[in-house]
Ligand binder design. Structure first.
Ligand SMILES: C[S@@+](CC[C@H](N)C(=O)[O-])C[C@H]1O[C@@H](n2cnc3c(N)ncnc32)[C@H](O)[C@@H]1O
Length: 363
């Protein structure tokens, strides 16, 4: 028989993993609701029966009924008349939940995390293989789900906080972006382009060159840019930021949540140093991880390590040679890369955000 302390430890883990399994399964049903347009239809049409939801979304009534029941039991939807016959029950999306599930502009929008989980499940066999061989899983393999999860997770930050809080907190950069002659910005590893769009919207004089080496991301970014009013000031380029041929003279060079994914971060930082004009600033936004390894860790540390195991480390190791950084790029690691790339100093900027930390690379 196990000692009481071991039993308590066992039971605590059982409870925790059961909760995690429940959470994982429910997250997948949230993903279905997102992809099938169920949440959007419920928000638009109000209380709906399974038949009404199925008709509004072009889906099968029996499946729609099961999903509605499951969502109500999970407490995500509300049911009007639980005692009515299954086909006649009416379900609604509570107002507070709508923001989380369908408002792409809200900082509370979390369906992109469900999409990330599903994308990670899709690449897991490749990750398992990479663990055995030491190889990697290229970012392209995370597919549309991974790309759009990443893009939609950061979109409200780039269209909101970037221009309203983050850059204004760096006064000389903020002032230069507002001043004449119009400043040029290089937004490196721009993904779906929302940061480039956010920069151009916040600073009406600047021109922005977004760079990314992922073809599918560049295609989406170009579409996103073309649909905005800043299309004449934002250009997206399909380029490897580590390319020593990359030329320019930018007042601001940014890398948002991407340096830790790069196989050769020092080469890229060296190229960025060359891209910045004499009066130019280089700003890196990356994960707000702790300065040292501690275990067990807090929720940020825990989620960053899951991203690292399931995505960022395999993506980084898909190329050789690779620094093999992973999501948990601590400040000292960035300092080391920056020094090797020729920068004199890495300043941690006084910008508060739960998930991200901002660095300015000097010299
Ligand atoms: C995690 S995504 C971040 C995208 C975007 N900055 C954001 O915050 O949503 C990392 C991006 O880095 C790009 N990337 C990785 N290495 C690169 C390189 N050497 N040059 C340009 N882009 C690169 C990938 O294609 C991908 O779009």
């Amino acid at each position: 028989m196990a000692a009481p302390a071991e039993e308590a430890q066992r039971d605590a883990l059982v409870e925790r993993l059961f909760g995690a399994a429940l959470g994982a399964y429910e997250l997948m049903t949230v993903h279905l609701g997102d992809r099938l347009g169920y949440y959007r239809a419920l928000a638009a049409d109000g209380d709906s029966t399974p038949a009404e939801l199925a008709a509004a979304t072009g889906t099968n009534e029996r499946y729609a009924r099961e999903w509605l029941e499951q969502q109500a039991v999970a407490g995500i939807l509300e049911v009007e008349d639980a005692g009515a016959a299954a086909e006649e029950r009416r379900y609604r999306l509570p107002a507070g939940h709508a923001e989380v599930l369908i408002d792409r502009d809200s900082l509370a929008h979390l369906t992109p995390l469900a999409r990330y989980a599903v994308s990670f499940a899709g690449t897991l066999a490749g990750v398992e293989e990479a663990f055995r061989t030491g190889g990697g899983v290229p970012w392209e393999e995370y597919g549309e789900l991974g790309r759009s999860a990443q893009a939609d997770a950061n979109r409200p930050l780039f269209l909101g906080l970037l221009g309203s809080e983050w850059l204004p907190a760096i006064p000389d950069v903020h002032e230069r972006l507002l001043a004449d002659p119009p400043a040029k910005v290089a937004d490196v590893a721009c993904g779906a382009g929302w940061s480039s769009i956010g920069l151009a919207r916040a600073y009406p004089k600047v021109t922005v060159d977004g760079y990314d080496l992922d073809e599918a991301s560049v295609e989406v970014a170009r579409e996103n840019v073309a649909a905005t009013e800043v299309a004449d000031r934002v250009t997206i380029h399909l380029r490897d930021a580590g390319d020593p041929e990359l030329a320019g003279s930018y007042q601001l060079v940014t890398v948002f949540e991407a340096l830790h994914d790069m196989s050769r971060p020092v080469e890229v930082l060296r190229a960025l140093r060359g891209l910045a004009a004499e009066d130019g600033a280089v700003i890196v936004m990356d994960e707000r991880v702790a300065d040292t390894f501690t275990a067990p860790g807090d929720e940020i540390e825990r989620i960053m390590y899951t991203y690292s195991v399931l995505c960022c480390l395999p993506v980084g190791l898909a190329d050789t040679p690779s620094a093999g950084t992973g999501t948990v790029m601590r400040a000292d690691t960035l300092r080391r890369y920056a020094t090797e790339a020729g920068f004199a100093e890495v300043e941690v900027l006084p910008i508060e955000h739960e998930v991200f930390r901002f660095y300015r690379l000097h010299g």
